[in-house]
Design a protein around this ligand. Structure first.
Ligand code: ANZ
Ligand code: ZN
Length: 865
């Protein structure tokens, strides 16, 4: 018997596949249907661990599957190669970001290869290459020409640790998404892309994205945050001016007890003029401005504010309303001013409590008759019935909203408006390792774009990358000093670089012609190959990257450069791999498993009990699994199989060390079974059609049913729902059955035919999952052709029509016997048989059936109360 020598097998096929160029794409081939399959390209951070592998292996399974389904699959890979980590590595270790990046790219390529993941590297891109970023700069100029790239001074998020500004999207709970440092607000001149101009289309077209996960669409919808409301004008007493507020709740106008302005509001300083405490209040106002924009608006954040000494008139009631300046109203949403309704808005409620402002209820919950201010423990923000609102009292909220809004509009004190939470995309960064913004400043001509013929503006190689808060490029006079493209006089270059999300907002177009020096992408090729049919990546990109890519695609469409408006037809977001982490509270660090006494669960350094947690696999938690060791011990196929078997690929899954052992055993058994049968059936001639017409013994018929059902299930799952884990388990079950019924050494003719059919098909359906063992067995069965170039099997309808089956019956999960019945049979019919059968009827008497679980043709579990 030949052993399963996975190392030898894997080495051999790696070589052959490369030699035979199995994974080289042909973009010009129009004879087959095209399929653009794309994994989000990674940031070249260094080494990949098992957690990262999942994403790419999922893509690789689909690649191999579609290839066997006669599609012309294009599955390229590249590198999102600019960005802070390389620069920080340069600061910490002195290695140039370029070298750091290149070294990591090489290491990661090797790892892809080690996982049996193949891309056509002829189409590789790296966003840090001049031939790529030249076109990122081109994109900037296109946006600039269209009025969609502009410079503006305004409050920006500043991370003092990364020494750069951040887009709103990169600030999570008021902290830098990368280093978790608290964000400060600074006033700086920055470049923006006007994504807000596309807000409505980005929102409306979500509907077209049928192949996207619902939750991702909801996240985008919330991020865009379209909000319908009304602007209401409040006249300021003694000043011939109005304060306009934005509200989504005009129905609460009778409950307004103060107005609140953002400290940045254009009226704020004016309202303080002549106030005896003007100076002191201005100081406070400036302090508010420095508070974090994101924390400031949250409910929990400490409410601060002061009365300006001025009042306004409620346009509906005529009441006098004090005007306050508060920290929780921000300037960049709505009008930067609100009407304070403490009874119905929680922030206003907390504010009013703190400063003893009146609280006035104008909406009551429908079920409560007496609803008093003194009863309020918090704001009532729900819908209900209007009270204390003159002729509007008694109306339900939705109706009152409309009626009161109509009234306000009719007296000329307001108008409908729409607001978006989406802000323009801040793209300038004060860092070195990024695309230089192709702009020149001339004293005479002002802002000038670098002409397209002068692109790329090269990123200088030699630079001191220490973080100072300014772009390191400022110090390079050779770079900074240039001539004005318009008048030819001395001028200075922009020294900021672009956010790396600009690089990745169009990369899917570049893959088709990565080496083209004359244009960013080929229009015809792009129109043929795009949109990407299947995009695969992490849900952490649900907002940023996907929204930016959609925006840029729509922009290029508007420029008549492409003829599609959405870049990604289908999207799959994989879950993460998690693993137990161990933290020693005494040593105050995460421990490797080797540092833990696993029996007693104590720290080997100090003996303290460790804290166990299931965490996302990450270096910082010391809970990563090293793929190299696994490869040596179990091989690539076992690793792939386990990663796919762990659980539904869109959900998080927990890594268990013995899981891979089970997968390895399965492959060994598969190997042994196949090898032991191949010689037996070598000379057996047969085909599915022939077997379809044979009269088979029941056990063979039953096995064949399972075989074809497995083919069917795997095929459908790979086409539709990507439940790789259930694919793998049905293949495992199939092998179990084969081992069971073909355990003897000699077989009759019919058995041989079925064994042959089994061998042939299991190898094919395993190919996407475990390509090496499949290829080897394929060869041993006498095939000269690579299994990857074979046709994916079709299942036989006839084999699936078996006449009868023995179905296991369970009561509350306990096995009680079987029923043999004609097929097909549905749940209701089968349950009737169960009730009519005395074997089971006695258990069912006087019992209430809570639930019936039916596994088609195999098992029925009746759950009783
Ligand atoms: C009065 C009111 C009464 C409000 C009530 C709510 C409940 P969305 O849905 O997100 O659009 N708001 C408006 N502009 C603001 C700003 N610049 N800074 C802080 N808060 C602001 O939220 C709209 C609501 O957010 C508005 O409706 C306003 O408070 C507040 F019972 O006005 B409301
Ligand atoms: Zn000039």
């Amino acid at each position: 018997m030949i052993n399963y020598n996975f190392a030898e097998i894997e080495r051999k096929w790696h070589e052959k596949w490369l030699e035979q160029k199995i994974f080289n794409a042909n973009l010009e081939d129009k004879t087959k249907e095209k399929l653009y399959l794309l994994n989000m390209f990674p940031y070249p951070s260094g080494t990949l661990h098992i957690g990262h592998a999942r994403n790419y292996i999922i893509g690789d399974v689909l690649y191999k599957f579609f290839k066997m389904n006669n599609k012309n699959v294009f599955c390229p890979m590249g590198w999102d190669a600019f960005g802070l980590p390389a620069e920080n590595a340069a600061i910490n270790t002195g290695i140039h970001p370029k070298n750091f990046t290149q070294k990591n790219i090489n290491a990661m390529k090797k790892q892809f290869y080690d996982w049996g993941i193949y891309y056509d590297w002829n189409y590789e891109i790296a966003t840090c290459e001049p031939n790529y970023y030249k076109w990122t700069q081109w994109l900037f100029l296109k946006l600039y020409d269209a009025g969609l790239a502009y410079k503006k001074k305004g409050p920006v998020n500043w991370c003092s640790k990364c020494c750069t500004v951040l887009a709103n999207e990169q600030v999570i709970d008021g902290r830098c998404e990368r280093c978790e440092e608290k964000i400060q607000i600074k006033e700086l001149e920055q470049w923006y892309f006007k994504i807000t101009k596309y807000a409505d289309r980005l929102l409306d077209d979500l509907e077209l994205l049928e192949g996207w996960p619902e939750r991702v669409k909801i996240m985008q919808e919330n991020w865009i945050g379209k909000s319908y409301g009304i602007e209401i004008d409040f006249e300021i007493l003694d000043l011939k001016e109005k304060i306009t507020v934005f509200t989504t709740r005009p129905d609460t106008i009778f409950g307004v007890t103060f107005l609140a302005l953002a400290p940045e509001h254009s009226f704020s300083q004016r309202l303080l003029q002549g106030n005896p405490e003007e100076e002191k209040l201005l100081e406070k106002l400036n302090e508010f401005k420095l508070e974090n924009r994101f924390l400031r608006t949250s409910i929990e954040y400490e409410k601060k504010g002061f009365y300006t000494g001025k009042n306004a008139l409620n346009p509906v009631t005529g009441d006098l309303i004090p005007i306050w300046i508060v920290n929780y109203v921000v300037t960049d949403y709505g009008t930067g001013a609100i009407m304070g309704v403490p009874a119905h808005d929680q922030r206003d409620f907390l504010f009013a409590k703190k400063f003893s402002l009146p609280i006035k209820i104008v909406v009551k919950p429908p079920a409560i008759t007496l609803f008093k201010e003194t009863d309020l423990k918090e704001a009532f923000t729900g819908e209900g019935i209007q009270i204390n609102s003159f002729e509007f009292s008694g109306l339900p909220t939705s109706f009152a909203k409309r009626k009161i809004a109509d009234y306000i509009k009719s007296v000329g004190a307001g108008r409908n408006t729409v607001n978006y939470h989406l802000k323009d995309w801040l793209i300038s960064r004060q860092r070195y390792w990024g695309v230089p913004i192709p702009i020149v400043y001339c004293d005479k001509c002002g802002i000038q774009k670098v002409p397209e013929k002068d692109l790329p503006v090269l990123l200088p190689h030699t630079v001191n990358v220490k973080p100072t808060g300014q772009s390191p490029l400022i110090e390079l006079s050779d770079f900074v000093n240039t001539k004005c493209p318009h008048c030819g006089e001395n001028a200075k270059r922009e020294t900021d670089t672009m956010d790396t999300f600009v690089d990745s907002s169009w990369y899917f177009l570049r893959f088709l012609t990565p080496k083209d020096e004359n244009k960013p992408f080929d229009k015809n090729l792009a129109n043929y190959w795009l949109p990407v049919n299947q995009y695969i990546g992490g849900v952490e990109h649900a907002i940023l990257h996907l929204l930016y890519s959609r925006f840029i695609t729509k922009f290029l469409y508007d420029q008549d450069l492409i003829d599609f408006e959405e870049p990604f037809q289908r999207l799959f977001t994989q879950g993460m791999i998690c693993k137990t982490s161990y933290r020693c509270p005494n040593c105050n660090k995460y421990l490797y498993e080797q540092e833990v006494n696993m029996e007693k669960k104590v720290c080997l350094h100090c003996g303290t009990a460790v804290v166990e947690n299931i965490d996302k696999m990450s270096k910082s938690k010391n809970n990563v699994v090293n793929p190299q060791k696994l490869k040596e011990k179990y091989g690539i196929d076992a690793q792939r199989l386990y990663i796919l078997f762990m659980g539904p690929p869109d959900k998080d899954a927990i890594w268990q060390d013995d899981g891979i052992v089970g997968c390895f055993r399965f492959l060994t058994r598969l190997w042994n079974f196949c090898i032991s049968k191949i010689d037996d059936v070598k000379n057996t001639k047969t085909s599915t059609v022939e077997i379809d017409n044979l009269k088979l013994e029941p056990h063979l018929r039953k096995f064949r049913y399972q075989l074809h059902l497995t083919i069917k299930k795997v095929t459908e799952s790979l086409l539709h729902d990507f439940k790789f884990n259930t694919c793998v388990s049905s293949i495992m079950e199939l092998l179990n059955s084969a081992e069971e019924i073909f355990s003897s050494d000699s077989h009759d003719e019919n058995s041989k035919k079925i064994i042959k059919e089994f061998l042939y098909n299991i190898v094919l359906i395993l190919t996407p999952f475990t390509p090496f063992i499949a290829e080897e067995l394929n060869g041993r069965m006498g095939s000269k052709e690579s299994v990857l170039e074979k046709q994916w099997p079709t299942y036989s309808e006839k084999a699936l029509k078996i006449e009868e089956a023995e179905i296991a019956i369970q009561l509350n999960g306990k096995f009680k016997g079987t029923i043999t019945t004609a097929l097909p049979i549905d749940k209701e019919k089968l349950f009737e048989y169960v009730k009519a059968n005395e074997k089971f009827a006695k258990y069912l008497q006087d019992k209430k059936v809570k639930d019936i679980i039916y596994v088609e043709n195999r098992l029925m579990n009746i759950v009783l109360e």
